[in-house]
Ligand binder design. Structure first.
Ligand code: NAD
Length: 363
C-alpha cells in the first residue's frame, strides 16, 4: 500500500503521524511511504532521517494526498486537507467529530474511509490510542503544577518535594485513571505527600496495591473531597465520565476556601473541566488566578512535549497502521472489531451512532 504522511498544519502543532522508525517498519512489510518535506522538523526528525528509513519526500501536502492510498496524521483534517481526500482513501488520525459538523459534512462528501484514533477500543473496553496522550498529560501535570506553585506564577512559593527539615507539598489527585495514576507516579517520585481520590473501588484497590502506602488512596465523597482539597497545595483534576462533560467536583466556594497560593491543574478541561472556576488556556498563556488559586487549564497539554507525544502515539498506532496496510481496510475492519470501532465515516455514511444522532444524519 502507498502511505502518506503530510505535515500537520494546525497552529503550534509539531507532532507528526509517523516517525522514521514507523516508516522503516512499513517499508519492511513491502509498503511505500511518502512524507511531506519538513513534516517532522519541529521535533527533530529531518527529511534525511525519513529518507534513511526508506521514505520518499514530497514537496507539498497536495502531492502526498494525491499519491497515498492511506493518509496517517495526528490532528483532525483541516478544511484544505479535507478538500484533498478522495473516495476510498483511508484517513487514520484523531477526528473528534461529535462537536464538529463542518468536518463531519466534509468527510461524508469525501467518501473516504475515516478511522478515528479516539474510538478504537481494546479487549478490556479501553481506548488504547487515547491512553498515550493521557499518560503524557498526567505526567506533565505535576511539572505544570510545580511551576504554578512558584512565586513568579502567583503560587505560594512551595517546592513539591520540600527539603530536609521542610515538609513536602500536599498533592491531591481527583480521579485515579490513566491521567491520575501517571500524575501520582510522578508526584510520589518527587516525594510529595500524595492523595488520590476515585469513586471506583476496584481502581482504588489497584492503586493501593501499586503504591503500597506511598500515596494515600481515598474513596471520593463530597466530604472527603472537600477535606482533601481545602488542605491541598496542588490539586490535579483527572476525572472522566465517558461520553459526558466532566463533573464540577470542586465548586467556587471550595476555591475561595483553598490555601492562598495553592494551584489547580485541570487536565479534564478538554471535557469542560472539573473545577467550577476553570476555563481553557493555551501554552502561550497557560495560567490565571481566581481567589488566590493559580489555575493551569491547557486543553492540549501533550502538544508542549510534541516529541515524546509523537513517539508514544506511534507506539500505539503502528500495529493498526501495519494491519490496515497489510490487509487493506475491508479485511482489517472485518477481522478486528476493535479497529472497526474506530471507523467513523465510510463511503459517505457516518458509522458512529452518537455523531449521526447529534447531527440528525442517517445512521
Ligand atoms: P480514565 O477513564 O482513565 O480515568 C478517569 C477516572 O475518573 C476513573 O478512574 C473514574 O473512576 C474517575 N472518576 C469519575 N468520576 C469521578 C468522581 N466523581 N470522583 C472521583 N473520580 C471519578 O480517564 P483519563 O484517560 O485518565 O482522562 C482523564 C481526563 O483527562 C479526561 O477528561 C481526558 O479527556 C483528559 N485529558 C486531557 C488532556 C489535556 O491535554 N488536557 C490530555 C489527555 C487526557
Amino acid at each position: 500500500m502507498i502511505i502518506g504522511v503530510p505535515k500537520e498544519i494546525k497552529n503550534h502543532e509539531y507532532r507528526v503521524g509517523m516517525v522514521p522508525a514507523s516508516v522503516r517498519e512499513l517499508i519492511s512489510h513491502g509498503h511505500s511511504v511518502y512524507v511531506e518535506t519538513n513534516a517532522g522538523n519541529g521535533i527533530g526528525f529531518s527529511d534525511d532521517d525519513y529518507k534513511a528509513a526508506g521514505a520518499s519526500i514530497l514537496p507539498t501536502a497536495a502531492d502526498v494526498f494525491a499519491k497515498a492510498e492511506m493518509i496517517v496524521k495526528v490532528k483532525e483534517p483541516q478544511a484544505v486537507e479535507r478538500a484533498m481526500l478522495r473516495e476510498g482513501q483511508i484517513l487514520f488520525t484523531y477526528l473528534h467529530l461529535a462537536p464538529d459538523f463542518p468536518q463531519t459534512e466534509d468527510l461524508i462528501k469525501s467518501k473516504a474511509v475515516c478511522i478515528a484514533y479516539e474510538t478504537v477500543t481494546d479487549s478490556k473496553g479501553r481506548l488504547p490510542l487515547l491512553a498515550p496522550m493521557s499518560e503524557v498529560a498526567g505526567r506533565m501535570s505535576i511539572q505544570a503544577g510545580a511551576q504554578a506553585l512558584e512565586k513568579s506564577h502567583g503560587g505560594s512559593g512551595m517546592l513539591l518535594s520540600g527539603v530536609p527539615g521542610v515538609e513536602p507539598a500536599k498533592i491531591v489527585v481527583l480521579g485515579g485513571g490513566v491521567v491520575g495514576s501517571n500524575a501520582a507516579r510522578m508526584a510520589v517520585g518527587l516525594r510529595a505527600d500524595v492523595t488520590i481520590l476515585d469513586k471506583n473501588v476496584d481502581t482504588l484497590r489497584r492503586l493501593d496495591e501499586e503504591f503500597q502506602g506511598r500515596a494515600k488512596v481515598v474513596y471520593s465523597t463530597e466530604e472527603t473531597l472537600e477535606q482533601h482539597v481545602l488542605n491541598a497545595d496542588l490539586v490535579i483534576g483527572a476525572v472522566l465520565i465517558p461520553g459526558a462533560a466532566a463533573p464540577k467536583l470542586v465548586n467556587e466556594d471550595h476555591i475561595k476556601r483553598m490555601k492562598p497560593g495553592a494551584a489547580v491543574v485541570d487536565v479534564a478541561i478538554d471535557q469542560g473541566g472539573c473545577f467550577a472556576t476553570s476555563h481553557a488556556t493555551t501554552h502561550a498563556d497557560p495560567t490565571y488566578i481566581v481567589d488566590d488559586v493559580v489555575h493551569y487549564c491547557v486543553a492540549n497539554m501533550p502538544g508542549a512535549v510534541a516529541r515524546t507525544s509523537t513517539v508514544a502515539l506511534n507506539n500505539a498506532t503502528l500495529p493498526y497502521i501495519v494491519k490496515l496496510a497489510n490487509k487493506g481496510y475491508r479485511d482489517a475492519l472485518v477481522e478486528d472489531q476493535h479497529l472497526r470501532n474506530g471507523l467513523n465515516v465510510i463511503h459517505g455514511q457516518v458509522t458512529i451512532k452518537e455523531v449521526a444522532e447529534g447531527f440528525e444524519l442517517p445512521y
